[in-house]
Design a protein around this ligand. Structure first.
Ligand code: URA
Length: 246
């Protein structure tokens, strides 16, 4: 996803970093004729390759298209009940990824987190620079949540949330201005630009309400696709990634 010149890696290093096995095992795959590039068997595990997204169409390993090359971003429809952590007990979002992706180097990480009981749009990437750009408070990337509330809205929340002066318990800085769009008596979209712990739940708690259900459907101008079922993922194109910052 970076716009600079593509990195160049030896084939055995590339495939080992992508979780296809140790370098020795990858050399074995190449010797066995299991790796092809543009339809021709690759004979040399030392060959140097420019890492571009097109490699996943050009290269096959044991007959299957190559996994996404380094520098990729995926969008996951996070289901309820899974945790955005590498080490928590209980189901983890990482268990929803293809098993080989769990041994990639650099590792695939979530871009920020959603609570265990929040569903919706979650990004994952192996591109550390991009990850930091998305979560950096300076970039003010917006995140939209649909909140279902225990009690009716009282009509004062939008001014309070938009004012930029709401100080949450335990925090030393007020919440950056956020936009509330009521959808019903007990339902609203809330768009925030920060990624603080339990932010949306704590904002509604600060006005005497309680979030019963929370779902994120948009980051920047990138929407969770309607046809993507919970637990399913989709690889983003460069144009999709640009939408995050739009
Ligand atoms: N705010 C919350 O309270 N929870 C989330 O998962 C995301 C934002």
């Amino acid at each position: 996803m970076s716009e600079s010149k593509p990195a160049v890696l030896r084939l055995d290093r590339l495939l080992a970093n992508m979780g296809y096995g140790s370098r020795r095992e990858v050399q074995g795959l190449v010797r066995a004729g299991a790796v092809t590039l543009d339809g021709a068997v690759v004979g040399d595990a030392d060959m140097k390759l420019a890492i571009t997204p097109a490699l996943s169409e050009r290269m096959r390993v044991q007959g299957a298209p190559l996994d996404p090359p380094p520098g990729f971003v995926i969008l996951l429809h996070k289901p309820l009940g899974v945790t955005c952590s590498h080490k928590d007990t209980g189901p983890l979002v990482y268990s929803l990824l293809p098993p080989r992706w769990r041994s990639r180097e650099p590792a695939v990480s979530t871009v920020g987190r959603l609570d265990k009981e929040t569903s919706g749009l979650l990004l994952l990437t192996d591109d550390g620079d991009l990850l930091h750009r998305i979560i950096s408070p300076r970039k003010k990337v917006s995140k939209r949540y649909r909140a279902t509330l225990a009690r009716p809205l009282n009509g004062e929340e939008d001014a309070l949330f938009a004012g930029g002066e709401l100080l949450l318990e335990g925090d030393d800085k007020p919440v950056a201005p956020a936009v509330l769009e009521p959808l019903g008596e007990r339902e609203a979209w809330l768009t925030v630009t920060e990624g603080r712990y339990h932010l949306v739940r704590r904002m509604f708690a600060a006005v005497g309400n309680h979030v019963e259900a929370l779902h994120r459907d948009r980051i920047g101008a990138l929407d969770l696709p309607d046809d993507l079922e919970p637990g399913r993922l989709r690889r983003l194109t460069d144009a999709d990634v640009a939408r995050i910052f739009a």
